[in-house]
Design a protein around this ligand. Structure first.
Ligand code: NAD
Length: 500
C-alpha cells in the first residue's frame, strides 16, 4: 500500500446511518448491525439496520421529490450538469472510496483504485452526457393530427444490489435512473453498505435535490422485501442471485405490478477452439475471467471448454500461473490479486463445492484449500479442476468463488452444446483465429455478451444483461438501460377544425 493510501485508510470516518431525504438518519427502530472486514474477520462498522418503516420513509421522500419536479422536470442539460459534478466528486474521492471498499468488501485495492471507483464515476458521467442528446419522436400522421411519442421518467425506482461490486453496481442503476429524472430508493448488500452511503452524501454535495436519492441499508429479507412489495415504487431493479431475483416477480405480481428488471447469476463458458490464438496470449485472459474479484463475479468464466488437442498444454500453463501469479493476501496490499471471500459462510459454501468436485470425480490440479487462516480472514487458494464433465455440480451451479472447471471437447457442435447446457446465459468467451468460426459460434452461444478472443463485458456503450435465468426485463449500461426507467407516452393532438 502506498504511504498516501495508508494515511487515507487511517483517517477514514465511515458513514453508517441511512441516507434519507438528503440527510443521514438512524433506523427508526434505533437498531444497528455489525459489518466485518472479511480480511480479518473483525468488526469494521456499526450500521443502521433499516426496516420496512425506513423504506416507507424513503419512498415518501422520493415520491415528494418526484412530484415537486425539481429533478424530474429539470431540463436534461441541468440534470447533466449536476450528475457530472457528482461523477467529478467520486473521482476526487477515489482513494477514500477505494480504501473503504477494500476494507468492507475485501476486494484488492489495486483493482478498486484502477477499475471499480473510476468506473463508478464514468458510469454516472456517461449517462449524464447522453441525456441531453436523446430525442423523442413524432409519429407519421397526416396533417389532421400531431402524434408525439415521448419518454417520461417512470417515477420512484427501487434498487437492490449485491456485495461483489458495491459502488459499481450502484452506479449501473443510479446512472440511467437519475439521468432520466427518477427518484431512487436503493438498498446496498448488508455486508457492503459503506461506499454507497458516502457516494450518496457526495450526490447531495453535487446538488442532487433532497429525496431524489435515498439509501436504506439492512437485511435483504426485510429491506429488500419491503422495496419489492412497496405499493408506491414504480420500477424495481435487482442485481443478485437467481433465487432471490425470482421472488421479486412474485412480489410484483402480488402487489402493484411494478416493473421488474433482474440481473442474475451465471455459469459462463470460455470456449477454446483447436485454432485458438497462442496459449501464452490467452492463458492470462482465461485466468482473469475466473480469478478476477476472487471469482465473485456474475460473469466469471467458470467453465473452460477446451479442444482436446490444446487441453494438456493449456492446463499446465494455467496451473503454473494460478500458483505463481495469482497472489492471495491482504487486499490492502498493492500486489494482492486475490483477497478474502466475502464472509465465513460464503467461504464454507465454496469449499463445499470443491468437495463436491472431488467426490464427483473431477481432478483437482491447483488450490482447493483455505489459506492464511491466521489472519482471521476468509482466504481461499485459486482452484482448478481438470477432466470434469458438464453434468457435475461444479459445472452446473454458480460457485461464486475462484474455482475453474475444465471440460474437454472434440467437435464444434459438442463445444456449443456444452457451453449452452446450463440454466444460465449471462456471458461467454470464445477463442479462435478463424473469423467464420467466430461469427458462427458467437451467434450460437446463448448469452447476453459474447467476447471473441477476449474476456469482456463490453464497455459503458454496450448493454449488459442475461439470457435464460441470468436476467429478466432489461439491461444495465448503454442507452438501452434508459428504457426500463422510463415510460413511453403517446400524445395525440387532433388538428382538425372544430365544426361551428
Ligand atoms: P443475493 O441475491 O443474496 O443478494 C442480492 C441483494 O438482495 C442484497 O442486497 C441482499 O441483501 C438482497 N436480498 C437477499 N435476500 C433477499 C430477499 N429475500 N428479498 C429481497 N432482497 C433480498 O446475492 P449476493 O449474494 O449479494 O450476490 C451474488 C449474486 O449476484 C450472484 O448470483 C451473482 O451472479 C449475482 N450478480 C449478478 C450481476 C449481473 O449483473 N447479472 C452482477 C453482480 C452479481
Amino acid at each position: 500500500m502506498t504511504r498516501s493510501l495508508a494515511s487515507v485508510a487511517d483517517g477514514l470516518r465511515f458513514r453508517t446511518s441511512a441516507w434519507i431525504d438528503g440527510e443521514f438518519v438512524p433506523a427508526t427502530s434505533g437498531r444497528t448491525y455489525t459489518s466485518e472486514n472479511p480480511a480479518t474477520g473483525r468488526p469494521l462498522a456499526e450500521i443502521a439496520e433499516g426496516g420496512a418503516e425506513d423504506v416507507d420513509r424513503a419512498v415518501r421522500a422520493a415520491r415528494r421529490a418526484f412530484d415537486d419536479g425539481a429533478w424530474s422536470n429539470a431540463s436534461p442539460s441541468e440534470r447533466k450538469r449536476t450528475l457530472i459534478r457528482f461523477a467529478d466528486l467520486i473521482d476526487a474521492h477515489r482513494d477514500e472510496l477505494a480504501a473503504t471498499e477494500t476494507l468492507d468488501a475485501g476486494k484488492p485495492i489495486a483493482d478498486v483504485r484502477a477499475l471499480d471507483i473510476p468506473d463508478t464515476a464514468a458510469t454516472i458521467r456517461w449517462h449524464a452526457e447522453a441525456i441531453d442528446k436523446l430525442y423523442d419522436q413524432v409519429a407519421p400522421t397526416g396533417p389532421s393530427a400531431v402524434a408525439m411519442i415521448v419518454r417520461e421518467p417512470a417515477g420512484v425506482v427501487g434498487a437492490v444490489i449485491p456485495w461483489n461490486y458495491p459502488a459499481q453496481m450502484a452506479a449501473w442503476k443510479l446512472g440511467p435512473a437519475l439521468a432520466t429524472g427518477n427518484s431512487v430508493v436503493i438498498k446496498p448488500a448488508a455486508q457492503t453498505a459503506l461506499s454507497l452511503l458516502r457516494i450518496a452524501e457526495l450526490a447531495g454535495e453535487a446538488g442532487l435535490p433532497a429525496g431524489v436519492l435515498n439509501v436504506v441499508p439492512g437485511p435483504g429479507d426485510v429491506v429488500g422485501v419491503a422495496i419489492a412489495r412497496h405499493p408506491d415504487i414504480d420500477v424495481v431493479a435487482f442485481t443478485g442471485s437467481t433465487e432471490v431475483g425470482r421472488s421479486f416477480l412474485h412480489h410484483s405480481a402480488d402487489t402493484n405490478l411494478k416493473r421488474v428488471v433482474l440481473e442474475l447469476g451465471g455459469k459462463s463458458p470460455q470456449v477454446v477452439m483447436a485454432d485458438a490464438p497462442p496459449l501464452d496470449a490467452i492463458a492470462p485472459k482465461i485466468l482473469d475471467a475466473i480469478f478476477w474479484n476472487m471469482g465473485e463475479n456474475c460473469s466469471a468464466g467458470s467453465r473452460l471448454i477446451v479442444h482436446r488437442s490444446r487441453r494438456k498444454e493449456l492446463v499446465e500453463r494455467l496451473v503454473a500461473a494460478a500458483t505463481q501469479e495469482w497472489l492471495v493476501g491482504d487486499p490492502m496490499e498493492d500486489e494482492t490479486r486475490i483477497g478474502p471471500m466475502i464472509t465465513r459462510g460464503h467461504l464454507e459454501r465454496v469449499l463445499g463445492y470443491i468437495e463436491a468436485g472431488r467426490r464427483d470425480g473431477a481432478r483437482l490440479v491447483a488450490g482447493g484449500r483455505r489459506v492464511l487462516e491466521d489472519s482471521g480472514g476468509h482466504f481461499l487458494a485459486p482452484t482448478i479442476f481438470d477432466d470434469a464433465t458438464n453434468d457435475m455440480r461444479i459445472a452446473q451451479e454458480e460457485i461464486f468463488g475462484p474455482v475453474l472447471t475444465v471440460i474437454p471437447f472434440d467437435t464444434e457442435a459438442e463445444a456449443v452444446a456444452i457451453a449452452n447446457d446450463t440454466p444460465y446465459g449471462l456471458a461467454a468467451s470464445l477463442y479462435t483465429e478463424n473469423l467464420r468460426t467466430a461469427h458462427r459460434m458467437a451467434r450460437a452461444l446463448r448469452a447476453g455478451t459474447v467476447g471473441v478472443n477476449a474476456y469482456s463485458e463490453g464497455d459503458l456503450s454496450t448493454p449488459f444483461g442475461g439470457y435464460k435465468q441470468s436476467g429478466f426485463g432489461g439491461h444495465d449500461k448503454s442507452v438501452h438501460a434508459h428504457d426500463q426507467y422510463t415510460e413511453l407516452k403517446t400524445i395525440w393532438i387532433d388538428m382538425t377544425e372544430a365544426e361551428a
